[in-house]
Design a protein around this ligand. Structure first.
Ligand SMILES: [Ca+2]
Length: 108
C-alpha cells in the first residue's frame, strides 16, 4: 500500500508533502477520516430527527386546532388557521429537502 502511495506522488494523508505517508501521518489521516464519518453520522441523525419532528408537527397540527377550538381559545384557533398554509408549505419543503438530500447522496 505504501508503495502505491509513493508512486502516485500525492496523497491527502501526506501533510508535509514529502511524497511519503509516515505512520504518524497515516494515524492523523485515519483520525480525521473517523471524525468525518462521525460528523456525517451525527448530521444524518439530526436531519432525520428534524424530518420526523416536522412530520409529527404536521400530523398534530389539526389536533392543535381542535384542542384550541374545544378550549374556547378563539384567537389561538384563528391564528392556527391563518398559519396553516404557510406552515404546511414550510414542512413540505423541509421533508422534500430531507428526502432529496438522501436521494442525492445515495446517487453519488
Ligand atoms: Ca509525509
Amino acid at each position: 500500500m505504501s508503495e502505491e502511495i509513493e508512486k502516485s506522488g500525492f496523497h491527502p494523508a501526506d501533510t508535509n508533502g514529502d511524497g511519503k505517508v509516515s505512520a504518524e501521518e497515516h494515524q492523523m489521516y485515519m483520525e480525521f477520516k473517523r471524525k468525518e464519518l462521525e460528523d456525517a453520522d451525527a448530521m444524518r441523525d439530526a436531519q432525520r430527527n428534524m424530518a420526523w419532528f416536522a412530520l409529527f408537527g404536521m400530523l398534530l397540527y389539526p389536533f392543535a386546532v381542535v384542542v384550541a377550538s374545544l378550549a374556547g381559545l378563539d384567537q389561538a384557533q384563528a391564528t392556527l388557521g391563518d398559519m396553516a398554509p404557510t406552515y404546511f408549505v414550510a414542512v413540505a419543503g423541509i421533508v422534500a429537502a430531507f428526502f432529496g438530500a438522501q436521494a442525492y447522496s445515495k446517487g453519488k
